[in-house]
Design a protein around this ligand. Structure first.
Ligand code: AMP
Length: 228
């Protein structure tokens, strides 16, 4: 895979934000970038799902909201993110996947990054059309053990239902069902899409054609990160 081919890149030393609708490939690519640069992959969706599966108080509040495809309230997400960023492994940078998702989250993030003496973030905007998004979400399967992501239509595992890396069982996310997908896309249009203009105005945003195959996306993405 492209990520392993090159020499180790310079340290990231910044926050990278993956912005784009659900199903655009942010999670798949964030894992690769995080591995390549040796920084944490911060997926607020994964953090929330972890709370839900552990039935914490936060998870119990978030579960019904996530199940209907709405966004979890900002204060829940921001508390979780702030706590995570205070840990030592975030010192050399990190990749956000699925955060920020509202204007309020973006504005708060700017303050948090300032407080940590981080430069302004690099924002990568994944551009994918609606038809592809549906196909990617309905076909997505995730390894229960390591979280590796597959797609039964265009990126299936070697053995159906099993992870190539660790043989873990693959599962479909509860919110990747058709009824919920429409709601998640509507939430994106309503609350997250305005961030594209917010970051573009600040000259922090770069568009990435997410319609290419995953390896081509990785190649372009690593170039964009190396250039910044
Ligand atoms: P994801 O895995 O990024 O698709 O997120 C799954 C679900 O978690 C979303 O549909 C939301 O309900 C919730 N979620 C994840 N990140 C955020 C966020 N930054 N703000 C609000 N809700 C979020």
């Amino acid at each position: 895979m492209a990520s392993g081919a090159a020499a180790p890149p310079r340290p990231l030393n910044r926050a990278v934000i993956f912005l784009g609708p659900p199903g655009a490939g942010k999670g798949t690519q964030a894992k690769i970038v995080a591995r390549t640069y040796g920084v944490p992959h911060l997926s607020t969706g994964d953090m929330l799902r972890d709370h839900v599966s552990r039935r914490t108080e936060l998870g119990n509040r978030a579960r019904p909201i996530m199940e209907r495809g709405d966004l979890v309230p900002d204060e829940i997400v921001l508390g979780m993110v702030e706590e995570r960023l205070s840990r030592a492994d975030c010192r050399n940078g990190f990749v956000f996947d699925g955060f920020p998702r509202t204007l309020n989250q973006a504005e708060r993030l700017a303050l948090i990054l300032d407080g940590l003496s981080f430069p302004r973030p690099q924002v990568i905007h994944f551009v994918v059309d609606r038809e592809q998004l549906f196909k990617r979400m309905t076909g997505r399967r995730t390894c229960k053990v390591g979280g590796e992501i597959y797609n039964i239509y265009d990126g299936p595992p070697r053995v159906p239902g099993r992870c190539d890396n660790d043989g873990g069982e693959l599962e479909q996310r509860a919110d990747d069902r058709e009824e919920v997908i429409a709601e998640r896309l509507a939430a994106y249009d309503r609350q997250t899409q305005p961030l594209v203009e917010y970051y573009r105005r600040q000259h922090l945003l770069e568009d990435l054609n997410g319609m290419q195959g995953p390896e081509a996306v990785t190649r372009v993405l690593l170039e964009m990160l190396a250039k910044a």
